[in-house]
Ligand binder design. Structure first.
Ligand code: FES
Ligand SMILES: [Fe+2]
Length: 357
């Protein structure tokens, strides 16, 4: 059944992923209405998007360059294309005859059909509209009904892909440059003493940089996550090219958290004896992110998987941050004071991922 708006007109299709773009749909939507402003200030019923334009809400930063997970490896079966909306575009994933995963832009160069609705035929991606077939690099290799030469422009963009650590990742660079670093191999993924991935997925209204910055924002751990001290001496932040590391030591609990961040899309949280979490976070667009977090647990905690995931993503973890990220703006020049932690150092490191934007 088609949804209708208040005036009985058919509503535009709603994607569970994309923001519901309203400009031009209904003039009312462009007017600030106090009731809707109030609703957007927080609370569980707040809308996930703002259906009006507010001059004090600047755009968040652009999508940074880096490797981004598009799917778990198991999400991409042989013989079937999979569509993923990420990096401000629609992408189609498929496996060739050797099982290698490929990622191409979604729209057929012929007449624009969505290739995600097609089939995988002999390891090529066949368009659902007129059957043109594309290889893993996105080149058209067959037009089944025509004897004319395949036009040189008959191609879709093919993306640089890695299938690693049980995930499928692609390289995004706003300026079209080649990868500047590699997706690391995580030893725990192949270690038989660790569990297979316990997967947590989600989508949030958040800017990728705000989420990443949160890890060096020591003060918020006290106010948002209920940590009982405001002591930043337990944390160390260091950088090395595209890698940054935060080590947090909790002597009384005998725990050490090390969070390695490989560019904007891949993080690894390692807590010996407790868990290794491969946390891939992918920009859907500037304001929306998708989480694909794989938990690998050592024998000591393998039976506690559910509790550990809830501890990380539940009310004292991710869920406490989420409304703040949803409602905040990105401050280009934040008003930092002593005690705020290494936010500027973090930003200097992160700025390398905007080159070419
Ligand atoms: S639109 Fe794809 S083959 Fe025609
Ligand atoms: Fe947080």
């Amino acid at each position: 059944m088609t949804d209708t708006d208040e005036a009985g007109r058919p509503a535009p299709p709603r994607s569970p992923i994309l923001p519901r773009v309203t400009a031009g749909r209904q003039r009312d939507d462009l007017v600030v209405r106090p009731d809707r402003v109030a609703a957007s200030r927080g609370g569980t019923d707040a809308p996930e998007w703002l259906p009006y334009r507010l001059v004090d809400r600047p755009e968040p930063p652009p999508v940074p360059n880096g490797w981004y997970a598009l799917a778990s490896a198991d999400d991409v079966p042989a013989g079937e294309p999979v569509t993923v909306i990420a990096l401000e575009r629609e992408l189609v994933l498929f496996r060739d005859a050797d099982g290698a995963v490929h990622v191409v832009d979604a729209f057929c160069p012929h007449m624009g059909a969505h290739l995600g609705g097609g089939d995988v035929v002999d390891g090529t991606l066949a368009c659902p509209y007129h059957g043109w077939r594309f290889d893993g690099d996105g080149r058209c290799v067959e037009i089944p009904y025509s004897e004319s030469r395949i036009p040189s422009r008959a191609c879709v963009r093919g993306w640089e892909v890695r299938e690693r650590n049980g995930m499928v990742l692609c390289w995004y660079h706003a300026g079209g440059a080649d990868p500047t670093y590699e997706v690391p191999e995580i030893p725990e993924v192949a270690d038989p003493t660790f569990t297979d991935a316990v997967v947590h997925r989600g989508e949030l209204v958040a800017s990728l940089q705000d989420m990443a910055e949160n890890n060096v924002d020591y003060t918020h751990f006290y106010f948002v996550h209920g940590r009982n001290a405001l002591d930043e001496s337990t944390s160390r932040f260091t950088t090395d090219g595209p890698l940054s590391t935060v080590v947090e030591t909790f002597e009384s609990e005998g725990l050490e958290f090390t969070r390695y961040t490989y560019g904007p899309g891949i993080a690894l949280l390692r807590v010996p004896g407790l868990m290794t979490m491969l946390a891939a976070t992918t920009a859907i667009d500037r304001r929306h992110v998708r989480l694909l977090w794989h938990f690998h647990l050592p024998p000591e905690t393998a039976s506690l998987a559910e509790d550990i995931v809830v501890g990380v993503v539940g009310e004292h973890g991710l869920s406490a941050d989420a409304p703040i990220w949803r409602d905040k703006i990105y401050r280009d020049k934040p008003l930092l004071v002593k005690g705020d932690g290494p936010i500027l150092e973090f930003r200097r490191w992160y700025s390398q991922f905007y080159e070419g934007n």
